[in-house]
Design a protein around this ligand. Structure first.
Ligand code: ATP
Length: 444
């Protein structure tokens, strides 16, 4: 399993999905940069989530709020007081650990994973502090937001007034969040700077249990539509001692990463906590006036929250496959074509006799609708392998026959099957094939 993860990380770096942050200065372990393929993959996943949450749900709208917010927000939300992890140190190696990440045995014996005695427990606030203003003595202390959700709560009234929504309705947002994690690890799994995709659904008190179940189901289904192996997904309901300070009920969608089952997404019933806190701290009434019932009340919030960058890692892990062929091992990323960073690669069989020009014309024609790559170098087999390794679902080859009758071969990544089709059909074949996509070995 360790070897599998190393292969995935190495492919991600080698192919330009992810680079270490500021690598020429030795890198920064808690942050990563996304290369040409990684940036496109991230954007595709984000757009897919956004479309699923907003366009497919007429009762959900999107916003984009700022990273820097009034410091009172974090007092009201409880983050200044409660957004704390307990840190312990190995007294010999001085390595730091999150106390809740140690095993029961290590905690009972008060030893580190290396078997050495642990230091005293120290609370550690995860929020990054910064200051606004030029003068040190008058600068105002601010925080980089540790979650995007608060930007939604403080805009609850603005959205209600401008979008004419009635309960139940949701607000979605994608954006950066920052946490001063005690330990960052497992490549891009846990980082100090990351992106979240969150949706806050506002409901009438009393209907929240039902909506919690609804979103649990919707979000689990989502991963199936994304072609993720169902055997690698499970739900983990939070016990009393795991619940965050604001949560009434919570469940994690976990994924079986090569380093074990870990949280991918959290679904939380946050009760009336957030809106009541902001009402009391800001003095602005964030209750909802229910015209039908002719009464005012504070809505209950059901939240779905997933890390975009964590989802990128999950997609890389889930799609990575090594397939034994006759004389070689084929490395292939079997990711859903809807999120593949390169959708289509176009090749001329050879560079000469007008094939290159014809292939380039096809590339130009396709690249408006699909993210398309044009590749002329190396044997066709080598070009296919290069595209397999980055998850390109379709490759089109222009050969001598194409010059005569405008036909091409289209080759499918997972089955490696080829079909002869006309140039005018390429887009339709891709659209139909995207729609019918089922992950190899999974039933529909
Ligand atoms: P943990 O207890 O593991 O630190 P959490 O349960 O506090 O995390 P949430 O606050 O529920 O995490 O965050 C919602 C989602 O945001 C997580 O499911 C995860 O996908 C993502 N996320 C949280 N922290 C990080 C991080 N440091 N790096 C990358 N993604 C993160």
């Amino acid at each position: 399993m360790k070897q599998l993860f190393e292969s995935i990380v190495s492919l991600a770096k080698r192919k330009g999905f992810v680079f270490p942050s500021s690598e020429i200065y030795g890198g920064l372990s808690s942050a990563w940069d996304y290369g040409p393929l990684g940036a496109q993959l991230k954007q595709n996943i984000q757009q897919h989530w956004w479309k699923t949450m907003t366009r497919h749900h007429e009762d959900i709208v999107g916003i984009d709020s700022s990273i820097l917010m009034h410091p009172r927000v974090w007092e009201a939300s409880g983050h200044t007081e409660n957004f704390i992890d307990i840190m312990v140190e190995d007294t010999i190696t001085h390595e730091r650990y999150r106390y809740d990440h140690l095993s029961e045995e290590q905690r009972a014996k008060n030893i580190s994973p290396k078997g050495n005695p642990l230091s005293e427990k120290k609370p550690f606030n995860l929020m990054f502090e910064t200051a606004i203003g030029a003068m040190k003595d008058t600068a105002q202390k601010l925080y980089l937001r540790p979650e995007t959700a608060q930007g939604i709560y403080v805009n609850f009234r603005n959205v209600l007034n401008t979008s004419r929504k009635k309960l139940p309705f949701g607000i979605a947002q994608v954006g950066k969040a920052f946490r001063n994690e005690i330990v960052t690890k497992s490549f891009i799994f846990r980082t100090c700077e990351f992106e979240q995709m969150e949706m806050q659904y506002f409901v009438t008190p009393g209907s929240d249990d039902e909506w919690f179940q609804y979103w649990k189901k919707q979000r689990t289904e989502y991963y199936k539509t994304l072609g993720i192996r169902t055997s690698h997904l499970q739900l983990h309901p939070h016990g009393e001692n795991e619940l965050a300070h604001y949560a009434k009920e919570a469940v994690d969608i976990q994924y079986n990463f090569p380093f074990g089952w870990q949280e991918l997404e959290g679904i939380h019933n946050r009760g009336q906590f957030d809106l009541k806190q902001h009402t009391s701290y800001s003095g602005v009434d964030l209750q909802y006036f229910d015209q039908e019932k002719n009464e005012k009340y504070t809505p209950v919030i059901v939240e779905t929250s997933v890390g975009l960058t964590r989802l990128v890692l999950m997609v890389l892990c889930d799609s990575y496959d090594e397939e034994e062929l006759e004389n070689e091992t084929r490395v292939v990323l079997r990711m859903h074509p809807v999120i593949a960073p390169v959708k289509l690669a176009v090749f001329p069989l050879v560079k000469k006799d007008g094939l290159r020009e014809k292939a380039h014309a096809v590339f130009k024609q396709m690249s408006d609708e699909f993210s398309t790559e044009f590749d002329v170098s190396g044997a066709i087999g080598r070009r296919y392998r290069r595209q397999d390794e980055i998850g390109t679902p379709y490759c089109v080859t222009i050969d001598y026959q194409s010059l005569k009758d405008n036909s091409v071969t289209i080759r499918f990544r997972d089955s490696m099957k080829q079909r002869r089709i006309r140039i005018e059909e390429i887009a339709d074949v891709i659209r139909a094939s995207d729609k019918a996509y089922v992950r190899m070995g999974e039933s529909q």
